[in-house]
Design a protein around this ligand. Structure first.
Ligand code: IPE
Ligand code: IPE
Ligand code: MG
Length: 225
């Protein structure tokens, strides 16, 4: 894969389609989530190799608590297990992991491993991987409003969990919606909706998405030749 010029600095991905990926194979939805988790490691490494600065992924929304208890339980326990098993790998990689979302509703074990992983990788200088977990834009913006003393765009922006604007937003799984993800940060993002379910979205797909982005004409309300 040839290196690309003018790649996006901040890529966001809505990791959708784990359940349908599993259903298609006659497997329980949890297997889809497991494969989705493994895939995240692959795609984050690929993004790091490509020189992307920030990758923000939507892994669990503030609305996903509505799912069946069994599925919620899996999503609150399996990631902790997977992260714990791979602490050494995260330590030796150059990726800096940050968790973005509410921290007051997730189980203690998960919160502990999230804190551990953030601490382990805090000095890493490669890709910043924002894992958005129990994240939702409504919550993020309401909290920012509460904390904003001066009502300016910059002051409000500085109170957000994710302060960097999104350049490219990808949603896998074939749906055309944002589902409460990065409503502020993606105001001028280039959008890309792909059919593939998240567990199938690989390095080549990421490369294709970046290449597609490099051909877009971003105008930000102005005029460009
Ligand atoms: C995305 O996959 C992962 C989470 C929301 C946790 P889904 O679980 O939404 O998969 P589909 O959309 O039902 O296929
Ligand atoms: C969005 O996917 C949330 C995540 C990928 C974490 P959903 O599957 O929850 O979105 P809807 O319900 O189809 O809008
Ligand atoms: Mg979904």
């Amino acid at each position: 894969m040839k290196p690309l010029k003018n790649i996006p600095e901040h890529v966001a991905i809505i990791l959708d389609g784990n359940g349908r990926w599993a259903k298609l194979r006659g497997l329980p939805r949890s297997v889809g989530h497991y494969q989705g988790g493994l895939n995240l490691v692959k795609v984050a490494n690929a993004a790091n190799e490509m020189g992307i600065k920030i990758l923000s992924v939507y892994a669990f929304s503030t609305e996903n608590w509505k799912r069946p208890q069994e599925e919620v339980d899996y999503l609150m326990t399996k990631p902790a297990e997977m992260l714990n098993e791979n602490l050494e790998k995260f330590k030796t990689s150059t990726i800096k992991i940050q968790i973005k979302g509410r921290k007051d509703r997730i189980p203690k074990d998960l919160l502990n491993v999230f804190n551990k992983i953030e601490d382990l990788t805090k000095d890493h200088t490669g890709l910043i991987l924002n894992i958005c977990f129990d994240y939702g834009s409504y919550y993020e913006m309401l909290e920012a409003m509460k904390n904003t003393k001066e009502f300016t765009e910059t002051a409000f922006n500085n109170e957000l969990m994710i302060k960097e604007k999104v350049d490219l937003l990808i949603r896998t799984g074939g749906e055309y919606r944002l589902s409460n993800f990065m409503l502020w940060q993606a105001a001028y993002a280039e959008l890309l909706f792909v059919k593939k379910y998240w567990p199938q979205f690989g390095k080549k797909d990421l490369y294709k998405a970046i290449k597609n982005y490099t051909k877009r004409n971003r105008r930000f309300g102005g005029v460009k030749a």
